[in-house]
Write a protein that binds this ligand. Structure first.
Ligand code: PLP
Length: 469
Protein backbone atom coordinates (compact mmCIF):
# COMPACT_ATOMS: atom_id res chain seq x y z
CA UNK A 1 0.00 0.00 0.00
CA UNK A 2 1.58 3.29 -1.02
CA UNK A 3 1.68 6.24 1.35
CA UNK A 4 1.25 4.10 4.43
CA UNK A 5 3.98 4.69 7.02
CA UNK A 6 5.96 1.75 8.30
CA UNK A 7 4.22 0.21 11.27
CA UNK A 8 6.61 -0.46 14.17
CA UNK A 9 4.31 -3.39 15.07
CA UNK A 10 2.04 -4.04 18.02
CA UNK A 11 3.62 -2.77 21.23
CA UNK A 12 1.82 -5.32 23.44
CA UNK A 13 0.00 -8.64 23.46
CA UNK A 14 -3.43 -9.31 24.85
CA UNK A 15 -4.79 -12.46 26.41
CA UNK A 16 -6.77 -14.23 23.70
CA UNK A 17 -4.96 -12.78 20.69
CA UNK A 18 -4.68 -16.31 19.29
CA UNK A 19 -8.28 -17.29 19.96
CA UNK A 20 -9.87 -19.17 17.08
CA UNK A 21 -13.53 -19.34 16.08
CA UNK A 22 -15.68 -21.53 13.84
CA UNK A 23 -16.74 -20.19 10.43
CA UNK A 24 -19.54 -21.21 8.09
CA UNK A 25 -17.22 -23.11 5.75
CA UNK A 26 -16.37 -25.45 8.63
CA UNK A 27 -12.90 -23.92 9.16
CA UNK A 28 -11.59 -22.62 12.48
CA UNK A 29 -10.00 -19.20 11.97
CA UNK A 30 -7.96 -16.98 14.24
CA UNK A 31 -10.43 -14.42 15.56
CA UNK A 32 -9.73 -11.02 14.04
CA UNK A 33 -10.74 -8.65 16.78
CA UNK A 34 -11.59 -5.25 15.36
CA UNK A 35 -13.89 -4.16 18.14
CA UNK A 36 -11.49 -2.44 20.51
CA UNK A 37 -13.61 0.70 20.73
CA UNK A 38 -16.35 -1.34 22.40
CA UNK A 39 -14.24 -3.26 24.88
CA UNK A 40 -10.80 -4.79 25.05
CA UNK A 41 -9.22 -8.03 26.16
CA UNK A 42 -6.76 -7.92 29.03
CA UNK A 43 -3.11 -7.09 28.61
CA UNK A 44 -0.98 -10.06 29.63
CA UNK A 45 0.46 -7.91 32.43
CA UNK A 46 -3.05 -7.19 33.68
CA UNK A 47 -4.06 -10.84 33.80
CA UNK A 48 -0.79 -11.67 35.58
CA UNK A 49 -1.28 -8.91 38.15
CA UNK A 50 -4.80 -10.14 38.86
CA UNK A 51 -3.64 -13.74 39.26
CA UNK A 52 -0.88 -12.61 41.61
CA UNK A 53 -3.27 -10.49 43.66
CA UNK A 54 -6.22 -12.85 44.04
CA UNK A 55 -4.62 -14.95 46.85
CA UNK A 56 -4.20 -11.72 48.90
CA UNK A 57 -7.72 -10.51 48.24
CA UNK A 58 -9.75 -9.31 51.20
CA UNK A 59 -11.99 -6.41 52.18
CA UNK A 60 -10.54 -2.91 51.92
CA UNK A 61 -10.86 -0.23 54.61
CA UNK A 62 -12.92 -2.73 56.57
CA UNK A 63 -10.58 -5.20 58.23
CA UNK A 64 -7.55 -5.36 60.52
CA UNK A 65 -6.38 -8.64 59.01
CA UNK A 66 -3.12 -8.79 57.12
CA UNK A 67 -4.87 -9.51 53.83
CA UNK A 68 -7.14 -6.54 54.37
CA UNK A 69 -4.06 -4.39 54.81
CA UNK A 70 -2.57 -5.75 51.59
CA UNK A 71 -5.84 -5.23 49.72
CA UNK A 72 -6.29 -1.70 51.06
CA UNK A 73 -2.75 -0.81 50.04
CA UNK A 74 -3.32 -2.26 46.55
CA UNK A 75 -6.59 -0.39 46.17
CA UNK A 76 -5.17 2.97 47.27
CA UNK A 77 -2.13 2.44 45.08
CA UNK A 78 -4.46 2.01 42.09
CA UNK A 79 -6.20 5.24 42.99
CA UNK A 80 -2.88 7.12 43.17
CA UNK A 81 -1.79 5.65 39.83
CA UNK A 82 -5.07 6.67 38.20
CA UNK A 83 -4.56 10.23 39.38
CA UNK A 84 -1.00 10.30 38.04
CA UNK A 85 -2.19 8.84 34.73
CA UNK A 86 -4.35 11.93 34.27
CA UNK A 87 -1.23 14.05 33.98
CA UNK A 88 0.48 16.62 36.06
CA UNK A 89 -2.70 18.14 37.33
CA UNK A 90 -2.65 21.37 39.24
CA UNK A 91 -4.69 21.65 42.42
CA UNK A 92 -6.15 19.24 44.87
CA UNK A 93 -7.79 16.52 42.77
CA UNK A 94 -9.26 13.20 43.78
CA UNK A 95 -9.64 10.00 41.79
CA UNK A 96 -12.90 8.20 42.47
CA UNK A 97 -12.96 4.56 41.47
CA UNK A 98 -16.29 3.53 40.01
CA UNK A 99 -17.64 1.03 37.48
CA UNK A 100 -17.11 2.80 34.18
CA UNK A 101 -17.36 6.10 32.31
CA UNK A 102 -21.15 6.03 32.30
CA UNK A 103 -21.30 5.73 36.06
CA UNK A 104 -18.61 8.40 36.44
CA UNK A 105 -20.57 10.90 34.35
CA UNK A 106 -23.82 10.19 36.16
CA UNK A 107 -22.00 10.64 39.45
CA UNK A 108 -20.46 13.92 38.36
CA UNK A 109 -23.76 15.21 36.95
CA UNK A 110 -25.37 14.53 40.32
CA UNK A 111 -22.50 16.05 42.32
CA UNK A 112 -22.25 19.28 40.36
CA UNK A 113 -25.63 20.24 41.85
CA UNK A 114 -26.80 22.33 38.91
CA UNK A 115 -29.93 24.44 38.98
CA UNK A 116 -32.51 23.33 36.40
CA UNK A 117 -31.83 26.50 34.37
CA UNK A 118 -28.08 25.95 34.24
CA UNK A 119 -26.72 25.12 30.80
CA UNK A 120 -24.31 22.31 30.00
CA UNK A 121 -22.66 22.85 26.65
CA UNK A 122 -22.01 19.56 24.90
CA UNK A 123 -21.80 18.38 21.28
CA UNK A 124 -23.77 16.22 18.87
CA UNK A 125 -20.67 14.03 18.50
CA UNK A 126 -20.99 12.60 22.02
CA UNK A 127 -21.70 9.06 23.16
CA UNK A 128 -25.07 8.79 24.92
CA UNK A 129 -23.16 8.53 28.20
CA UNK A 130 -22.04 12.13 27.77
CA UNK A 131 -25.48 13.37 26.68
CA UNK A 132 -28.16 11.74 28.80
CA UNK A 133 -26.85 12.38 32.35
CA UNK A 134 -26.61 16.14 31.67
CA UNK A 135 -30.20 16.25 30.40
CA UNK A 136 -31.38 15.03 33.80
CA UNK A 137 -29.79 17.85 35.78
CA UNK A 138 -29.56 20.87 33.48
CA UNK A 139 -30.48 22.31 30.11
CA UNK A 140 -28.27 21.17 27.27
CA UNK A 141 -26.88 23.30 24.47
CA UNK A 142 -25.24 21.52 21.55
CA UNK A 143 -22.31 22.25 19.30
CA UNK A 144 -23.37 21.03 15.84
CA UNK A 145 -21.08 19.13 13.50
CA UNK A 146 -20.65 19.28 9.74
CA UNK A 147 -21.41 16.38 7.36
CA UNK A 148 -17.89 15.05 8.04
CA UNK A 149 -18.71 14.72 11.74
CA UNK A 150 -16.36 17.43 13.00
CA UNK A 151 -16.68 20.91 14.46
CA UNK A 152 -14.16 23.71 14.89
CA UNK A 153 -12.85 25.39 18.00
CA UNK A 154 -14.80 28.47 16.87
CA UNK A 155 -18.03 26.44 16.83
CA UNK A 156 -17.42 25.60 20.49
CA UNK A 157 -16.55 29.20 21.28
CA UNK A 158 -19.86 30.30 19.73
CA UNK A 159 -21.66 27.93 22.12
CA UNK A 160 -19.62 29.18 25.06
CA UNK A 161 -20.44 32.79 24.23
CA UNK A 162 -24.21 32.36 24.05
CA UNK A 163 -26.18 33.58 27.01
CA UNK A 164 -26.51 32.24 29.61
CA UNK A 165 -22.87 31.24 29.94
CA UNK A 166 -22.66 27.43 30.30
CA UNK A 167 -21.98 26.07 33.75
CA UNK A 168 -19.94 23.25 32.19
CA UNK A 169 -18.57 22.10 28.86
CA UNK A 170 -18.90 18.31 28.47
CA UNK A 171 -16.76 17.11 25.59
CA UNK A 172 -15.43 13.84 24.27
CA UNK A 173 -11.68 13.41 23.89
CA UNK A 174 -12.20 11.15 20.87
CA UNK A 175 -15.29 10.00 19.00
CA UNK A 176 -16.22 6.36 19.46
CA UNK A 177 -17.81 6.43 15.99
CA UNK A 178 -15.30 8.13 13.73
CA UNK A 179 -12.20 8.20 15.93
CA UNK A 180 -12.08 11.95 15.39
CA UNK A 181 -9.98 13.85 17.94
CA UNK A 182 -11.38 17.31 18.71
CA UNK A 183 -8.78 19.99 19.50
CA UNK A 184 -9.21 19.51 23.22
CA UNK A 185 -6.37 21.77 24.35
CA UNK A 186 -7.56 24.79 22.33
CA UNK A 187 -11.16 24.19 23.37
CA UNK A 188 -10.25 23.95 27.06
CA UNK A 189 -8.24 27.15 26.78
CA UNK A 190 -11.25 28.95 25.27
CA UNK A 191 -13.58 27.56 27.95
CA UNK A 192 -11.26 28.49 30.78
CA UNK A 193 -10.80 32.00 29.37
CA UNK A 194 -14.56 32.33 29.87
CA UNK A 195 -14.60 30.76 33.30
CA UNK A 196 -16.30 27.55 32.08
CA UNK A 197 -15.01 24.28 33.57
CA UNK A 198 -14.55 21.31 31.26
CA UNK A 199 -15.45 17.65 31.68
CA UNK A 200 -13.59 15.35 29.28
CA UNK A 201 -15.10 11.99 28.38
CA UNK A 202 -11.87 10.08 27.88
CA UNK A 203 -13.43 6.63 27.39
CA UNK A 204 -11.95 6.45 23.88
CA UNK A 205 -9.01 8.78 24.33
CA UNK A 206 -7.40 7.25 27.41
CA UNK A 207 -6.23 3.95 25.80
CA UNK A 208 -4.69 5.72 22.81
CA UNK A 209 -3.44 9.19 23.75
CA UNK A 210 -2.35 11.00 26.91
CA UNK A 211 -5.10 12.80 28.82
CA UNK A 212 -4.69 16.58 28.60
CA UNK A 213 -4.06 17.61 32.21
CA UNK A 214 -5.80 20.98 31.73
CA UNK A 215 -9.31 19.51 31.87
CA UNK A 216 -11.16 19.99 35.15
CA UNK A 217 -12.92 16.64 35.23
CA UNK A 218 -12.15 13.45 33.36
CA UNK A 219 -13.55 9.92 33.24
CA UNK A 220 -12.49 6.67 31.60
CA UNK A 221 -13.19 2.92 31.74
CA UNK A 222 -10.78 0.10 32.49
CA UNK A 223 -12.51 -2.28 30.09
CA UNK A 224 -11.60 -0.06 27.13
CA UNK A 225 -7.95 0.07 28.16
CA UNK A 226 -7.08 -3.58 28.51
CA UNK A 227 -8.31 -4.02 32.11
CA UNK A 228 -11.76 -5.58 31.65
CA UNK A 229 -12.42 -6.18 35.35
CA UNK A 230 -15.14 -3.61 35.96
CA UNK A 231 -13.39 -0.50 37.22
CA UNK A 232 -13.53 3.04 35.85
CA UNK A 233 -12.31 6.38 37.12
CA UNK A 234 -13.66 9.86 37.72
CA UNK A 235 -11.10 12.55 38.48
CA UNK A 236 -11.94 16.07 39.57
CA UNK A 237 -11.26 18.73 42.18
CA UNK A 238 -11.77 17.57 45.77
CA UNK A 239 -13.89 20.70 46.37
CA UNK A 240 -16.62 19.36 44.06
CA UNK A 241 -17.12 16.39 46.34
CA UNK A 242 -16.68 18.09 49.71
CA UNK A 243 -20.21 19.35 50.29
CA UNK A 244 -23.60 17.76 49.82
CA UNK A 245 -24.76 14.18 49.55
CA UNK A 246 -22.69 11.66 47.65
CA UNK A 247 -24.17 9.94 44.58
CA UNK A 248 -24.45 6.65 46.48
CA UNK A 249 -25.32 6.52 50.17
CA UNK A 250 -24.13 3.65 52.32
CA UNK A 251 -21.29 2.06 54.26
CA UNK A 252 -17.74 3.34 53.86
CA UNK A 253 -18.90 6.85 52.93
CA UNK A 254 -19.57 8.08 56.45
CA UNK A 255 -17.92 9.28 59.65
CA UNK A 256 -21.02 9.09 61.85
CA UNK A 257 -24.49 7.64 61.49
CA UNK A 258 -27.46 7.70 63.83
CA UNK A 259 -31.00 6.80 62.91
CA UNK A 260 -31.76 10.40 61.92
CA UNK A 261 -28.29 11.65 61.14
CA UNK A 262 -25.36 11.10 58.82
CA UNK A 263 -21.99 12.80 58.71
CA UNK A 264 -20.35 12.00 55.40
CA UNK A 265 -16.63 11.36 55.37
CA UNK A 266 -14.04 13.09 53.18
CA UNK A 267 -13.74 12.47 49.44
CA UNK A 268 -12.82 10.22 47.75
CA UNK A 269 -14.19 7.66 50.26
CA UNK A 270 -17.35 9.73 50.57
CA UNK A 271 -18.02 8.97 46.90
CA UNK A 272 -17.43 5.23 47.11
CA UNK A 273 -20.16 3.79 49.33
CA UNK A 274 -20.30 0.01 49.37
CA UNK A 275 -17.54 -2.57 48.98
CA UNK A 276 -15.30 -1.57 46.11
CA UNK A 277 -14.05 -3.66 43.22
CA UNK A 278 -10.51 -4.29 44.42
CA UNK A 279 -9.60 -6.77 41.69
CA UNK A 280 -10.79 -4.24 39.12
CA UNK A 281 -8.61 -1.58 40.70
CA UNK A 282 -5.56 -3.88 40.66
CA UNK A 283 -6.22 -4.67 36.98
CA UNK A 284 -6.63 -1.01 36.11
CA UNK A 285 -3.39 -0.07 37.84
CA UNK A 286 -1.52 -2.80 35.96
CA UNK A 287 -2.94 -1.52 32.66
CA UNK A 288 -2.02 2.08 33.43
CA UNK A 289 1.53 1.06 34.41
CA UNK A 290 1.88 -1.05 31.28
CA UNK A 291 0.65 1.69 28.94
CA UNK A 292 2.89 4.24 30.62
CA UNK A 293 5.83 1.85 30.40
CA UNK A 294 5.30 1.28 26.67
CA UNK A 295 5.02 5.01 26.12
CA UNK A 296 2.60 7.05 24.04
CA UNK A 297 5.09 7.46 21.23
CA UNK A 298 5.11 3.73 20.39
CA UNK A 299 1.38 3.38 20.92
CA UNK A 300 0.60 6.34 18.67
CA UNK A 301 3.07 5.37 15.95
CA UNK A 302 1.56 1.90 15.70
CA UNK A 303 -2.04 3.04 15.81
CA UNK A 304 -1.56 5.91 13.37
CA UNK A 305 -0.13 3.50 10.80
CA UNK A 306 -3.12 1.21 11.32
CA UNK A 307 -5.54 4.16 11.14
CA UNK A 308 -4.22 5.17 7.74
CA UNK A 309 -4.20 1.64 6.41
CA UNK A 310 -7.72 0.98 7.64
CA UNK A 311 -9.36 4.22 6.59
CA UNK A 312 -7.63 4.54 3.23
CA UNK A 313 -8.28 0.90 2.51
CA UNK A 314 -11.99 1.17 3.26
CA UNK A 315 -12.37 4.41 1.29
CA UNK A 316 -10.76 2.74 -1.73
CA UNK A 317 -13.30 -0.11 -1.94
CA UNK A 318 -16.02 0.36 -4.57
CA UNK A 319 -19.44 0.51 -2.95
CA UNK A 320 -18.08 1.40 0.50
CA UNK A 321 -18.67 4.77 2.11
CA UNK A 322 -16.35 5.72 4.96
CA UNK A 323 -18.04 8.02 7.47
CA UNK A 324 -16.30 10.86 9.27
CA UNK A 325 -13.49 13.29 8.63
CA UNK A 326 -11.27 13.42 5.54
CA UNK A 327 -8.45 10.91 5.17
CA UNK A 328 -5.92 13.65 5.90
CA UNK A 329 -7.38 14.22 9.36
CA UNK A 330 -5.61 12.30 12.12
CA UNK A 331 -8.00 9.96 13.93
CA UNK A 332 -7.86 6.93 16.15
CA UNK A 333 -7.59 3.63 14.27
CA UNK A 334 -11.33 3.43 13.70
CA UNK A 335 -13.06 2.96 10.35
CA UNK A 336 -16.85 3.31 10.31
CA UNK A 337 -18.52 2.55 7.02
CA UNK A 338 -21.58 1.43 5.09
CA UNK A 339 -21.67 -1.00 2.18
CA UNK A 340 -24.02 -0.04 -0.63
CA UNK A 341 -26.93 -2.49 -0.88
CA UNK A 342 -26.13 -4.38 2.33
CA UNK A 343 -27.71 -3.64 5.71
CA UNK A 344 -25.06 -2.84 8.33
CA UNK A 345 -26.30 -5.71 10.51
CA UNK A 346 -25.85 -8.18 7.64
CA UNK A 347 -22.31 -6.95 6.91
CA UNK A 348 -21.36 -7.45 10.57
CA UNK A 349 -23.03 -10.88 10.70
CA UNK A 350 -21.28 -12.04 7.53
CA UNK A 351 -17.88 -10.71 8.66
CA UNK A 352 -18.29 -12.78 11.80
CA UNK A 353 -19.80 -15.99 10.38
CA UNK A 354 -17.83 -16.23 7.15
CA UNK A 355 -14.51 -14.58 8.04
CA UNK A 356 -14.15 -14.75 11.83
CA UNK A 357 -13.92 -10.96 12.07
CA UNK A 358 -15.45 -9.19 15.07
CA UNK A 359 -16.78 -5.66 14.50
CA UNK A 360 -19.64 -3.61 15.88
CA UNK A 361 -22.61 -2.31 13.91
CA UNK A 362 -25.58 -0.03 14.55
CA UNK A 363 -25.55 3.46 16.00
CA UNK A 364 -22.74 2.90 18.55
CA UNK A 365 -24.67 4.58 21.38
CA UNK A 366 -24.44 7.85 19.47
CA UNK A 367 -27.79 8.17 17.68
CA UNK A 368 -27.67 11.95 17.05
CA UNK A 369 -24.17 11.66 15.58
CA UNK A 370 -25.01 8.70 13.33
CA UNK A 371 -28.08 10.42 11.94
CA UNK A 372 -25.87 13.34 10.95
CA UNK A 373 -23.06 11.23 9.52
CA UNK A 374 -25.52 9.23 7.43
CA UNK A 375 -27.22 12.45 6.30
CA UNK A 376 -30.73 11.12 7.05
CA UNK A 377 -33.69 13.33 6.14
CA UNK A 378 -36.49 14.11 8.59
CA UNK A 379 -38.96 11.75 6.86
CA UNK A 380 -36.37 8.95 6.99
CA UNK A 381 -35.81 9.57 10.69
CA UNK A 382 -39.55 9.65 11.41
CA UNK A 383 -40.10 6.41 9.45
CA UNK A 384 -37.52 4.36 11.35
CA UNK A 385 -38.57 5.91 14.67
CA UNK A 386 -42.14 4.73 14.13
CA UNK A 387 -40.96 1.21 13.37
CA UNK A 388 -38.66 1.08 16.41
CA UNK A 389 -41.45 2.39 18.65
CA UNK A 390 -43.60 -0.46 17.31
CA UNK A 391 -40.89 -2.95 18.34
CA UNK A 392 -39.39 -3.50 14.88
CA UNK A 393 -35.62 -2.83 14.74
CA UNK A 394 -35.10 -4.29 11.28
CA UNK A 395 -34.58 -0.96 9.52
CA UNK A 396 -32.78 0.99 12.21
CA UNK A 397 -30.09 3.02 10.46
CA UNK A 398 -26.47 2.46 11.25
CA UNK A 399 -23.03 1.58 10.04
CA UNK A 400 -20.26 -0.93 10.66
CA UNK A 401 -17.31 0.00 12.85
CA UNK A 402 -13.88 -1.60 12.77
CA UNK A 403 -11.64 -0.41 15.59
CA UNK A 404 -8.04 -1.32 16.36
CA UNK A 405 -6.02 -1.33 19.56
CA UNK A 406 -2.62 -2.00 20.97
CA UNK A 407 -2.26 -5.59 19.70
CA UNK A 408 -3.91 -5.09 16.29
CA UNK A 409 -1.80 -5.84 13.24
CA UNK A 410 -1.69 -4.85 9.58
CA UNK A 411 -2.74 -8.45 8.88
CA UNK A 412 -5.93 -7.90 10.88
CA UNK A 413 -6.71 -4.74 8.94
CA UNK A 414 -5.98 -6.41 5.59
CA UNK A 415 -8.24 -9.34 6.52
CA UNK A 416 -11.07 -6.87 7.06
CA UNK A 417 -10.36 -4.94 3.86
CA UNK A 418 -10.35 -8.16 1.80
CA UNK A 419 -13.57 -9.37 3.40
CA UNK A 420 -15.36 -6.04 2.96
CA UNK A 421 -14.22 -5.85 -0.68
CA UNK A 422 -15.60 -9.35 -1.19
CA UNK A 423 -18.96 -8.44 0.38
CA UNK A 424 -19.21 -5.17 -1.55
CA UNK A 425 -18.52 -7.03 -4.80
CA UNK A 426 -21.13 -9.67 -3.89
CA UNK A 427 -23.67 -6.93 -3.27
CA UNK A 428 -22.85 -5.10 -6.52
CA UNK A 429 -23.12 -8.33 -8.52
CA UNK A 430 -26.34 -9.35 -6.72
CA UNK A 431 -24.68 -12.60 -5.56
CA UNK A 432 -26.39 -14.24 -2.57
CA UNK A 433 -24.40 -15.19 0.55
CA UNK A 434 -23.23 -18.82 0.84
CA UNK A 435 -26.21 -19.58 3.09
CA UNK A 436 -29.37 -17.50 3.61
CA UNK A 437 -29.34 -15.12 6.57
CA UNK A 438 -32.47 -14.38 8.56
CA UNK A 439 -33.13 -11.09 10.32
CA UNK A 440 -34.74 -10.93 13.75
CA UNK A 441 -37.02 -7.87 13.67
CA UNK A 442 -36.87 -7.54 17.46
CA UNK A 443 -33.13 -6.92 17.41
CA UNK A 444 -32.37 -6.18 13.76
CA UNK A 445 -29.60 -8.82 13.86
CA UNK A 446 -28.98 -11.38 11.11
CA UNK A 447 -28.22 -15.05 11.62
CA UNK A 448 -27.13 -17.63 9.03
CA UNK A 449 -29.53 -20.52 8.45
CA UNK A 450 -27.19 -23.48 8.73
CA UNK A 451 -26.39 -26.44 10.93
CA UNK A 452 -22.65 -25.73 10.97
CA UNK A 453 -21.04 -26.03 14.44
CA UNK A 454 -21.13 -22.70 16.25
CA UNK A 455 -23.76 -21.30 13.91
CA UNK A 456 -26.71 -23.67 14.13
CA UNK A 457 -30.15 -22.61 15.40
CA UNK A 458 -29.16 -24.30 18.65
CA UNK A 459 -26.13 -21.96 19.04
CA UNK A 460 -28.25 -18.88 18.68
CA UNK A 461 -29.50 -17.03 21.72
CA UNK A 462 -32.29 -15.06 20.11
CA UNK A 463 -32.84 -12.90 23.17
CA UNK A 464 -29.48 -11.20 22.71
CA UNK A 465 -28.99 -8.15 20.57
CA UNK A 466 -25.54 -7.29 19.28
CA UNK A 467 -26.26 -3.65 18.46
CA UNK A 468 -28.10 -2.25 21.43
CA UNK A 469 -27.84 1.51 21.30
C1 PLP B 1 -16.82 8.05 23.97
C2 PLP B 1 -17.48 7.14 24.96
N1 PLP B 1 -17.95 7.65 26.10
C3 PLP B 1 -18.53 6.90 27.03
C4 PLP B 1 -18.67 5.55 26.85
C5 PLP B 1 -19.32 4.73 27.93
O1 PLP B 1 -18.35 3.88 28.47
P1 PLP B 1 -18.77 2.71 29.44
O2 PLP B 1 -19.68 1.82 28.65
O3 PLP B 1 -17.49 2.08 29.80
O4 PLP B 1 -19.47 3.33 30.58
C6 PLP B 1 -18.20 4.96 25.69
C7 PLP B 1 -18.38 3.52 25.44
O5 PLP B 1 -18.37 3.06 24.32
C8 PLP B 1 -17.59 5.78 24.72
O6 PLP B 1 -17.11 5.26 23.59
Amino acid sequence: MSGVPVDPGPPAELVGDEFSVPCLDGEQRRYVNLDFAASTSALREVAEAVTAFVPCYSSVHRGAGYKSRLSTTAYESARATALRFCGNRAGDDVAILCRNTTEAINQLAYRLSFEPDDVVLTTVVEHHANLLPWGRVARRRYVECGPDGTFSVDDVIAGLDLSPRPALLALTGASNVTGWLPSVRAIVEAAHARGVPVFLDAAQLAPHRPIPPEVDYVAFSGHKMYAPYGTGVLVGPRATFLEGDPFLAGGGAVDLVDLDEVVWTEPPDREEAGSPNVVGAVALEAALHTLTGIGWESIEAHEQALARRLRRGLAAIDGVRLLGPSLETGTLAIGTFVVEGLPHALVAARLSAEFGIGVRHGCFCAHPYLIRLLGLSDPEIQAYRQRVLAGDHSSIPGAVRASCGISSTATDVDALLDAVAFLAEDAAAGRPPPVPYQQDPRTGDFWPLTDRPGWSAHDRDSSLSCARG
